[in-house]
Design a protein around this ligand. Structure first.
Ligand SMILES: Nc1nc2c(ncn2[C@@H]2O[C@H](COP(=O)(O)OP(=O)(O)OP(=O)(O)O)[C@@H](O)[C@H]2O)c(=O)[nH]1
Length: 534
């Protein structure tokens, strides 16, 4: 959800320039450039969770894409141009308003990745809980505070007149007709372009939900949705984890074609590497680690299908998507190509907006698949295997660069008792809370994995044992302050941690062993403490 006003303004200005260029020279090519820029802006707004602005740009994008025609038929009527002009102006005005009124404060609220976040830092996000029964939401508001999210509870009739845009507005719609809820959503959407809107206790009916989403709502939760699910959603939406740019390997023997593809991808913020000779494809895959391959169908000495078959011989590239580019409309050949391990076909000359859309959807699916392979389902943290692999890489980097590196093993204290007394689902909530806290409090470059049931591995590149101790001890203190409500009572829990640090000639296994021994010492010293081995 990290938001940069400068970036939004810049992208909007780029869009306006492309539009003006088209008006000056209304050719098909300049229309395509404008459409690509609009599509990229739309994705940017969506990626930054600027829901209201995204709605405006997406509506405009839909209209523009509907105007796509063959190059020789391209002609847009003056009335349509006028309509587009006013929509673009409206979008640009809303972006400017939003950047002016919220930009600076949002920037200031961002957690700075280089600083060690402390529990006493200012809240990173504000959430409005709009309801008529404040008491019911007090527990959720308190829990959010543990994760540096400030919840403000307002009655339906007492919303602030003028307010800085909250990250999330959750509307408790209990007892309201779906029509009334939609009216409220529209009003909220008109005031807040970037906030995520959640309608809670909304009637779980297809048409009602459809209307609420149309009105500008982002999520509808039914009456039966437990607070733990709502808490998880809010924390997820407030998460600042940023994805790395998409990467595409372009295999194309024509320099002109590959430059044109790379330029199109670049306009959408996609990084690419081009190889002209299919025999270089494996080297490209290994060095560039792309999310997908765009493969020319016909190249001298080797077809795209043959190159793909070679790629599929290697287990590590079995699931890497391959999209073929071909000037050929031969259906039988296309079916063959897909059967032999390709994922999609794009026919040249390709529409750049369509090319980017196909590339992005393939990469999104691929990343989701990889995520489920690398991450733990309960917490979203790296799983055991991935955490160990990342540690091995971090140890190599520290060895090669003579850098610092610390590792911590964390284990929740008396966790069996939590399960026995409060049940397994409550135990899961405790595990998730620690995962959220770790993700939120550690620096951007730190890595955290779920090593076992209630055991976590933290990798802190650039830190020595003493620095890691300071960070983890703060997290330990904050974790012990979290109160879990259970029926009419509450409980809290603690963790113990052991820290080890890198020194030349050590390895990942030895670092884990040292951290484990330190953890053992922490448990034996009464638990709820961190022990570091320097
Ligand atoms: N709820 C839940 N429990 C889990 C999960 N994975 C493991 N556990 C439980 O975690 C508990 C771990 O308990 P122990 O290793 O005996 O240790 P402990 O009770 O935490 O005691 P100390 O570590 O000595 O402080 C076991 O009861 C496991 O069943 C999980 O995913 N969810």
């Amino acid at each position: 959800m990290a938001f940069s006003p400068v970036e939004a303004k810049k992208k909007c200005t780029e869009l306006l320039c492309k539009w003006e260029a088209y008006l000056k020279l209304p050719s098909f090519e300049s229309f395509v450039e404008f459409a690509v820029s609009l599509s990229s802006f739309s994705e940017f707004l969506q990626g930054k969770s600027l829901s209201g602005l995204h709605r405006l740009s997406h509506g405009l994008e839909q209209q523009v894409l509907a105007l796509f025609d063959a190059a020789d038929k391209h002609r847009i009527s003056q009335a349509t141009l006028d309509g587009l002009q006013s929509r673009i102006e409206a979008l640009s005005e809303r972006v400017s308003q939003f950047v002016e009124s919220n930009g600076q404060s949002m920037e200031q609220r961002r957690v700075h990745p280089e600083t060690d976040a402390a529990s006493d830092q200012a809240p990173t996000h504000r959430v409005w809980l709009v309801c008529n029964t404040a008491k019911q939401w007090q527990g959720l508001a308190t829990k959010l505070k543990y994760f540096n999210i400030q919840a403000e509870i307002y009655p339906w009739k007492g919303l602030p007149e003028k307010a800085e845009e909250p990250s999330i507005v959750m509307l408790d719609t209990q007892g309201m007709s779906p029509q009334k809820v939609c009216e409220h959503i529209k009003i909220m959407r008109a005031s807040f372009v970037a906030s995520k809107l959640i309608a809670h206790r909304f009637q779980d009916d297809f048409n009602h939900v459809k209307e609420a989403l149309r009105a500008g709502c982002d999520y509808c939760f039914a009456e039966t949705t437990p607070q733990s699910v709502i808490l998880a959603k809010i924390i997820e939406l407030c998460s600042t984890e940023e994805e790395s740019p998409y990467r595409v390997l372009v295999v194309e023997d024509s320099l002109t074609a590959s430059k044109s593809i790379q330029r199109t991808l670049q306009q959408s913020g996609i990084e690419s590497l081009a190889v002209m000779n299919p025999s270089e494809v494996l080297t490209g895959l290994r060095s560039f680690q792309p999310d997908m391959v765009l493969m020319d169908m016909y190249m001298p000495d080797c077809t795209g299908v043959e190159a793909t078959r070679v790629i599929r011989q290697h287990a590590e590239f079995l699931s890497t998507p391959v999209v073929y580019l071909s000037g050929d409309g031969d259906m039988a050949l296309q079916v063959d190509a897909l059967r032999l391990g390709g994922d999609h076909f794009l026919t040249k000359p390709f529409n750049p907006v369509f090319l980017n859309a196909v590339v992005k959807s393939k990469i999104e699916r691929y990343r989701t698949l990889r995520r489920s392979m690398l991450r733990d389902g309960l917490t979203g943290l790296f799983n055991h295997r991935t955490a160990k692999e990342r540690l091995a890489t971090a140890v190599n980097v520290a060895g090669n660069t003579h850098g610092r590196l610390a590792v911590a093993m964390i284990d929740i204290d008396h966790f069996k008792t939590v399960n026995d007394k409060y049940g397994h689902p409550m135990g899961d909530e405790v595990i998730r809370s620690l995962a959220w806290l770790l993700k939120q409090r550690l620096r951007k470059g730190d890595l955290v994995g779920r090593y076992g049931g209630e055991e976590f591995l933290v990798i802190l590149p650039g830190s020595d044992a003493e620095q890691a101790f300071d960070v983890l001890d703060r997290i330990r203190r904050d974790f012990s302050l979290i109160r879990y409500t259970f029926e009419d009572t509450w409980f809290d829990t603690t963790f113990s941690a052991g820290v080890s640090q890198f020194f030349p000639s050590t390895n990942a296994e030895a670092m884990i062993k040292d951290a484990d021994e330190a953890l053992y010492d922490a448990k034996n010293s009464g638990r709820n403490c961190v022990v570091a081995r320097g």
